[in-house]
Design a protein around this ligand. Structure first.
Ligand code: 3PG
Ligand code: MG
Length: 401
């Protein structure tokens, strides 16, 4: 991380006892659609080192975050209340929850904090100002938020690529530092953008090529191998001239994928077999078929075993690995073998391995794999990809000033 960025230790060294510290966290955790329960609390755990240190030091800790994509107004399904409960359990201390973000409840909650206590404000995105493209509107909201802190800590790595009030405008209004999570994430990812030890193998999955195009362009000159699975592989297979049945396909991207393949110098490895199903359903009839033989009425929902073997061979040589995006619909057991196989291959290399992205990190945990067998599991999806693309991240840039 740039030497000009101060971090939590600098703030702690100044002394924070009795001071109000506003922490931007990324507590955007997946919730069960039926029960509303938190299905993966990885992002809450990831921010504990920063919060714990501030509590220990006697700060009045005011935490803010977004959850999901509500449209600038309160929406109960996106309330952070369940997160406050879980955070309290993990901190082993009550978390005082404000039922609004900058209103009466927030003011009263923050005012009542004693030294070493923690408050969580309601979802930032219940306010139009948070995500507004209008600088004045965003700035007005940032003023209200900044009033809750005497210092600001950004520990929301998953949101540093967003030019939002809490990420980009609040640090301009308060003394600001990077939290422990942001520091660690940037340290790890900078190892990948610098001189990674070779071979450097990147595995990309997930559903859309269009989301990953910029990172593929940026990574191609740097990597030794780029392994592509997940829903996005079908647009590449189509570009190779194969029929993909009813698989996910971005027709308007076929030509672009063809150009990428032509320029890739053989670095891109695509599936040679896929698991093709009758329907997008956990109990759909399915078979493993060659990648150039997907029946017209079927859709590919996972990479096949021969592909896993090929990807495993490429990964076993690697000295540096970055993985983003599942290889198939891992939430359905019948289509989880590709993701599991690739994840296991990554744990078995002696490479420096980084998993990026909410979905891949959740897959690691959902498949019961040992998190400690990966070098680093990033809390950022879009953020880690944009970092690897070499883009300026508004949240990081704001800390530099
Ligand atoms: C994420 O889940 O990628 C981060 O929390 C950012 O959320 P967003 O993509 O809705 O801005
Ligand atoms: Mg996202």
């Amino acid at each position: 991380m740039s030497a000009s960025i101060r971090n939590l230790d600098d703030l702690l060294a100044e002394g924070v006892s009795g001071r109000r510290v506003l922490v931007r966290a990324d507590l955007n955790v997946p919730l069960d659609k039926q029960t509303g329960e938190i299905t993966d609390d990885g992002r809450i755990r990831a921010v504990l080192p920063t919060l714990g240190a501030l509590v220990q030091a006697g700060a009045k800790v005011v935490v803010c975050s977004h959850l999901g994509r509500p449209k600038g107004a309160p929406d109960p399904q996106y309330s952070l209340r369940p997160v406050a409960g879980r955070l309290g359990e993990l901190l082993d201390a009550p978390v005082h929850f404000a039922t609004d973000t900058v209103g009466e409840s927030a003011r009263a909650t923050v005012d009542a904090l004693a030294d070493g206590q923690v408050a969580l404000l309601e979802n930032l995105r219940f306010n139009k100002g948070e995500t507004s493209k209008d600088d004045t509107e965003r700035g007005a909201f940032a003023d209200q938020l900044a009033a809750f802190g005497e210092a600001y800590v950004d520990d929301a790595f998953g949101a540093v690529h967003r030019k939002h009030a809490s990420v980009h405008d609040v640090p301009a209004r308060l003394p600001h530092v990077a939290g422990r999570l942001v520091l660690r994430e940037v340290e790890v990812l900078s190892r990948l953008t610098g001189e990674p030890e070779r071979p450097y193998v990147v595995v990309l999955g997930g559903s859309k090529v269009s989301d990953k195009l910029a990172v593929i362009e940026a990574l191609l000159p740097k990597v030794d191998r780029l392994l592509i699975g997940g829903g996005m592989c079908f647009t590449f297979l189509k570009a190779q001239g194969h029929e993909v049945g009813t698989s996910l396909l971005e027709e308007e991207m076929v030509e672009t994928c063809g150009n990428l393949l032509a320029r890739a110098d053989g670095k891109i490895l695509l599936p040679v077999d896929v698991v093709a199903a009758d329907a997008f359903a956990p109990d759909a009839a399915h078979d493993t078929v060659p990648a150039d033989g997907i029946p017209s009425h079927r859709l590919g929902l996972d990479i096949g075993p021969e592909t896993v073997a090929g990807f495993t061979a490429a990964l076993s040589q690697a000295k540096t690995v970055f993985w983003n995006g599942p290889m198939g619909v891992f939430e359905m057991p019948a289509f989880a073998n590709g993701t599991r196989g690739v994840a296991e291959a990554i744990t078995k290399t002696d490479a420096f391995t980084v998993v990026g992205g909410g979905d891949s990190a959740a897959a690691v945990r959902a498949l019961g794999l040992d998190e400690s067998s990966f070098g680093h599991i990033s809390t950022g999806g879009g953020a880690s990809l944009e970092y690897l693309e070499g883009k300026t991240l508004p949240g990081i840039a704001a800390l530099e000033n």
